[in-house]
Design a protein around this ligand. Structure first.
Ligand code: AMP
Ligand code: ZN
Length: 140
């Protein structure tokens, strides 16, 4: 995709703090980090969301996340890591090129706001009804 900012990063047309690349994925630092070490993993092939990415690229991105989390553990002394991935404007995806955020919490660093949501018990009938709909759709 000509105008996609992450495709431009993959092609080296705009600079990035590259961490790693292989034939399928590109890994680089987020320039608006939620915490030290906030890193993005993207497929080299353009795909906007989880609905468009191929299974091979999805696998490559997510298996790279395991290696990156290991590196965060070892190199940054990260005790904990949040993996976050947004699909669509309605959930505030800003860059329409699939990307997985890995946000480490380094020993002694403050809590990451994004990970603190309040637990409020839901309506069990509604929860069951929605679960059944999804279950049926996954069998189809
Ligand atoms: P989102 O689409 O909401 O999951 O987030 C997009 C992320 O991409 C944000 O965290 C941005 O800070 C990050 N971002 C946007 N442009 C760049 C860039 N040129 N280099 C690194 N990170 C970027
Ligand atoms: Zn792209």
């Amino acid at each position: 995709m000509e105008e996609c900012i992450f495709c431009k990063i993959v092609r080296g047309e705009i600079p990035s703090c590259k961490v790693h690349e292989d034939e399928r994925v590109f890994v680089f630092e987020d320039i608006n980090p939620l915490a030290d070490g906030h890193t993005l993993i993207i497929p080299k092939n353009h795909a906007a969301t989880i609905w468009e990415i191929t299974e091979e690229d999805l696998l490559a991105v997510h298996s790279t996340s395991k290696r990156l989390a290991e590196a965060m553990h070892q190199a940054l002394d990260a005790t904990d890591v949040a993996c976050v991935q947004l699909n669509g404007k309605g959930v505030n995806q800003i860059v329409p090129h699939y990307h997985l955020h890995l946000i480490p919490r380094i020993k002694g660093a403050p809590e990451i706001d994004l990970t603190k949501w309040e637990l409020k018990p839901g309506d069990m009938d509604r929860i069951q009804e929605i679960g059944d709909k999804l279950s049926a759709a996954m069998k189809a």
